[in-house]
Design a protein around this ligand. Structure first.
Ligand code: MEV
Length: 421
């Protein structure tokens, strides 16, 4: 009774609870968390055949605002996909959630997924994106908060700069934001934001826990993900992925890029199967292409390391050559597309180098912007790409991973999006 009253009493009661040493005392705080998307720099498709891939964080971020409520509800608001849902905490509290009890973090079983669907109360005709986003949320909320004496009443808004379904890791960034915010509000990990900080990050150990839970969220959404997307979103920077092993590059620079979405729909499964067929049909021809892509990833890793230590203009020339060679290999593997060729030509005419990123066959491409490039030149390139019918954004790769922000440090565009304006 006393605890419940304190919990529902807003900020002043929160402080009283903190003074009294109650768990959940942090519930009066608003948390603002962000996590980046990702692109594959090199190694898409080759990675399926055991070669190295490099994935880098994309400074298009997902933002989450968590506000403790006193209305006994848990609200989930996802303005990008028009989702607004609320559940009664008392009803969730009364559910038997022992099906979530597994000791440590493990894969959600199909039985758990079925149970969660019941809890969610989603209509049968619910769109797939909505169903998966809601299930991942409920899974993380119920699992992470179940150690609390009472489930917290929360208002959560998640808004993203990332286009969904473009292979840019938007679902992983969503899971990472949720895991970080829920673990923090439940005091499983401390809030790293100190008075006067604009932004801060968690310790290595805390990030490991965030990543573990985010992977669980990804499993809800994707079934059998590789874990690369959530790892990049958690750690930021550049990651190397090789035969299921993920490691973070020690130092990697932030590089300016154009990210172009050709908006040509692609079917990843069919593209992956196409490469496999070509490999079976022409092993002598295709295997060396995959080996060469592997070497491109390794060389790129080496150059990025060098750039992190001592940046020099020649390194950009190497990165550009690697981009060109890999783009030709990907075309030879049969995963190119006329729209991607057009992207390469338009940027090449302006002395810039591009390659597809992800599955290919359309989808997205990246263009490296070397330092010293004049802004009017960048604008002209963006304009030329936009007139091809593409969406084109200037952003950077190698951005920081999951971060926590002070309310005043977020730009007004993000604040407004979170306010639903
Ligand atoms: C798709 O983003 C990357 C591919 O290599 C497929 C995969 O790794 O699962 C094409």
């Amino acid at each position: 009774g006393e605890l419940l009253r304190l919990r529902r009493g807003g900020a002043a009661a929160g402080e009283a609870a903190a003074a009294a040493g109650f768990p959940g005392a942090m519930l009066s705080e608003v948390l603002l968390v962000s996590a980046p998307g990702k692109v594959i720099l090199h190694g898409e498709h080759a990675v399926v055949h055991g070669k190295v891939a490099l994935a880098v964080s994309l400074n298009l971020r997902t933002f989450l605002r968590l506000q403790p409520h006193s209305n006994g509800k848990v609200d989930l608001n996802l303005p990008n996909i028009g989702i607004k849902r609320a559940w009664d905490v008392a009803r969730l509290q009364s559910l038997d959630t022992s099906f979530l009890e597994q000791g440590d973090v493990t894969t959600p079983t199909s039985e758990q997924v079925e149970k969660l669907k019941e809890v969610a109360g989603l209509p049968d005709d619910c769109a797939v994106t909505e169903r998966l986003a809601v299930l991942a949320f409920l899974y993380l909320y119920l699992s992470i908060c179940r150690k609390q004496r009472a489930l917290p009443s929360l208002d959560i808004v998640v808004w993203s700069e990332l286009p969904p379904g473009a292979g840019l890791g938007s679902s992983a960034a969503y899971s990472v934001c949720l895991a970080a915010a829920l673990l923090t509000v439940c005091e499983e990990i401390p809030n790293p934001l100190k008075d006067g900080d604009c932004v801060n990050r968690w310790t290595k150990e805390d990030l490991e826990l965030i990543n573990k839970w985010a992977f669980q969220g990804e499993r809800m959404i994707h079934g059998n993900p590789s874990g690369v997307d959530n790892a990049v979103s958690t750690w930021g920077g550049a990651l190397r992925y090789h035969q299921g092993k993920i490691s973070s590059l020690k130092r990697s620079p932030a590089l300016q890029i154009l990210l172009t979405n050709t908006k040509v729909p692609r079917n990843t499964r069919a593209l992956v199967a196409g490469v496999r067929n070509r490999l079976l049909k022409f092993p002598e021809i295709v295997a060396p292409l995959l080996t060469s892509i592997d070497a491109i990833s390794l060389e790129c890793e080496r150059v990025l390391g060098e750039m992190g230590e001592a940046p020099a203009p020649e390194q950009y020339l190497v990165l550009e050559e690697l981009i060109d060679m890999n783009q030709h290999h990907l075309n030879a593997l049969g995963v190119g597309h006329a729209s991607l060729d057009q992207l390469c030509q338009v940027t090449r005419a302006r002395g810039l180098h591009s390659k597809l990123t992800g599955a290919g066959g359309g989808g997205c491409g990246i263009t490296l912007l070397k330092p010293g490039l004049e802004q009017p030149e960048v604008e002209a390139t963006k304009q030329a790409l936009t007139s091809c019918g593409f969406d084109c954004l200037e952003t950077s790769i190698g951005a920081p991973g999951v971060s926590i922000h002070s309310a005043t440090s977020l730009d007004s565009r993000v604040q407004q999006a979170l306010d639903g304006l």
